[in-house]
Design a binder for this molecule. Structure first.
Ligand code: GRF
Length: 217
């Protein structure tokens, strides 16, 4: 069953894309990954898409790609666009054309630790430098800025004594792989309305560690 048609934009390894490809194999998931677009021809995400039999496309690393993105998204009939480690700003015409229907996953609890230049290792370095005891992924709607749109879901992950940016990143990434498919499944069931956009959700309750566990050192 094809279900909701999702296009994924990714620049890197694509483990979040993989979590969507894996989830979509469940006939009850209600969504399908129709197209994977990358601005990096060597992105692992493209290989993962090919292995899963999903159509791929590339856009230029630099420069204006608004028209090409709109054509590609239109051709595959995308109903929802997911940025899964996409390190390029989405052009404003694409944001407008898909208003409210572009989601991004960020590896920290926005609105803290986000914005231009806050990606990859730097995010986790900043979390550790702040002394925060909780981190975790955020899924948010995309607007014209970096990491600014409405938050739709977050997942608390403990910051542990002795964490390095790498150990923290690995723990957060594990939560990302649960949170992102859960959000897309919810969207497939009921559209944006099924996500309480006014009040960010903390993941599906059944799958969540208790907050006390999350806070334990
Ligand atoms: C993830 O940490 C995501 O939150 C961020 O970029 C990373 C992408 O990782 N936006 P992957 O390519 O999905 O493995």
């Amino acid at each position: 069953m094809p279900g909701l048609r999702v296009a994924v934009l990714a620049s890197g390894d694509g483990t979040n894309l993989q979590s969507l490809l894996d989830a979509a194999r469940d006939p009850k998931a209600g969504f399908t990954v129709s197209l994977v677009i990358s601005n990096r021809i060597t992105a692992g995400a493209l290989e993962r898409a090919v292995r899963a039999g999903v159509r791929t496309a590339t856009v230029a690393q630099d420069g204006d790609d608004a028209a090409r993105l709109l054509t590609l998204l239109g051709e595959c009939g995308a109903e929802l666009v997911v940025l899964a480690g996409y390190l390029k700003l989405v052009p404003s015409t694409v944001v407008s054309a898909f208003a409210g229907r572009i989601l991004n996953i960020h590896p920290a609890l926005l609105p803290a630790f986000g914005g231009a230049g806050m990606y990859g290792r730097r995010v986790h370095e900043a979390v550790l430098a702040s002394g925060a005891r909780v981190s975790g992924p955020t899924v948010h709607q995309v607007d014209e800025g970096f990491d600014q749109g409405t938050i739709v879901a977050q997942w608390p992950v403990p910051v542990k004594a002795g964490d390095t940016p790498e150990t923290l990143a690995a723990r957060v990434l594990e939560a990302e792989h649960r949170l992102l498919p859960a959000v897309v499944r919810a969207w497939a069931r009921g559209g944006a309305a099924s996500l309480s956009l006014a009040a960010p959700a903390f993941g599906p309750a059944s799958a969540l560690p208790a907050l006390s566990d999350a806070l334990a050192p």
